[in-house]
Design a protein around this ligand. Structure first.
Ligand SMILES: [Zn+2]
Length: 83
């Protein structure tokens, strides 16, 4: 019996569910043109998922940076007021 991860991924979500696969690999690319596997649970393209994760991460880091900068600015303003 071959190891599960060496088997090709099913081409449809239905097959993936039947086979208990976490992912399937449709012939058609996603609407963003990625030829990559999709998650069985969400039906989402792995590449889209990865990119939205990276975008979220970038947005989160930028927001955190802005917050830190604002905090530093506010702290120095506060310090000046009290000095
Ligand atoms: Zn995609």
């Amino acid at each position: 019996m071959p190891k599960p991860h060496l088997q090709p991924l099913p081409a449809t979500r239905h097959e993936a569910i039947e086979q208990g696969e976490k992912k399937f690999f449709p012939v058609e690319p996603c609407k963003h043109g990625h030829s990559s596997p999709r998650y069985t649970m969400s039906g989402r393209c792995c590449e889209c998922q990865r990119q939205s994760y990276l975008d979220d991460k970038r947005a989160f880091e930028e927001a955190r940076k802005r917050k830190q900068e604002r905090a530093i600015k506010e702290r120095s303003a506060t310090t000046k007021q009290h000095a």
